[in-house]
Design a protein around this ligand. Structure first.
Ligand SMILES: C/C(=C\CNc1ncnc2c1ncn2[C@@H]1O[C@H](COP(=O)(O)O)[C@@H](O)[C@H]1O)CO
Length: 266
């Protein structure tokens, strides 16, 4: 179904103005679902079209494939020249006056000083802090934004930004252009990005890829569960917890990245 003809979503109140790729939507039109919702959310009526609408629906699905392809082309084209990079993940909700924000900012700065481009989700909170740190340290700051049902936009510290419509296309970019991940305290989004990275290393899809968790007071219970329950119940191999490293400070995080994948790494 063409997004222009799609019924609006009631998931969130209509914001003033949103962007959908090249479109700018205002008022009631801003309640239309995002491209990712149209693709993935089974509640949308496009999934239960009557037979007469099948042809139109099929044609529209085919066009969607091209839009997805275009997203990869744009991402590859924009990021191809960025040099050694580290992706930093963390909460979108981190307040600017919090210790977590200061930590993310220092991580961004130290990564930039070590010669890494800093890639984040381009949003607010810890993402903005890491981009800000990289910017302030004179480094390169990349934001891979995502179109959400509400207006978000790239934070002001992003030098090179790409706005994605599809989460899965964006996730490929985080990984393809980074030499490692630094994971700060965060919620579902951060956990999703962490476990994706762990799975890819575990399955040998990516190798020599440091995954560094910062702040054991936050990550401790997750790490205990992984090292305890997951290993004891045979859900992962005893060596799998070695895929990630837990550190306390921004300095240790960058040292750890350099140890695993830096110029002098084994
Ligand atoms: C919640 C708010 C804005 C959300 N905006 C986002 N912009 C870009 N990337 C995002 C956003 N929200 C989540 N992400 C991705 O997930 C991670 C953070 O998620 P968490 O659940 O907050 O841990 C982050 O690394 C992003 O890649 C308005 O404040």
């Amino acid at each position: 179904m063409d997004p222009d003809q799609h019924p609006r979503t009631d998931a969130v109140p209509a914001p003033e103005r949103v962007r959908r790729g090249g479109q700018v939507l205002r008022g009631e039109a801003a309640r239309r679902p995002t491209f990712d919702q149209l693709l993935l959310d089974a509640r949308h009526p496009g999934d239960a079209l009557p037979p007469a609408a099948d042809l139109a629906s099929t044609t529209s699905e085919a066009w969607r494939v091209l839009r997805i392809q275009a997203e990869f082309v744009e991402g590859f084209g924009t990021l191809a020249g960025i040099g050694p990079a580290v992706s930093v993940f963390g909460s979108a909700r981190t307040p600017e006056d919090s210790p977590e924000y200061a930590l993310a900012r220092e991580v961004g700065a130290r990564l930039a000083e070590a010669g890494f481009t800093v890639i984040t989700g381009g949003g607010p909170g810890s993402m903005a802090a890491a981009n800000r740190g990289a910017h302030e340290a004179g480094g390169e700051s990349v934001g891979l934004g995502i179109e959400l049902p509400f207006e978000a936009g790239l934070n002001e510290w992003v030098h090179v930004g790409v706005d994605f419509r599809y989460f899965f296309a964006r996730k490929v970019m985080f990984l393809k252009y980074a030499q490692g991940f630094v994971v700060l305290p965060g919620g579902f989004g951060t956990l999703d990005e962490l476990f994706e990275a762990l799975t890819l290393v575990q399955t040998g899809t990516v190798t020599r890829f440091p995954v560094v968790l910062v702040d054991s007071s936050f990550w401790g219970p997750v790490v205990d569960w992984i090292r305890g329950t997951l290993v004891e119940r045979g859900m992962i191999s005893p060596g799998d917890p070695e895929i990630f490293h837990v550190v306390e400070t921004a300095e240790e995080a960058v040292d750890c990245v350099l140890r695993v994948c830096g110029p002098g790494a084994p």
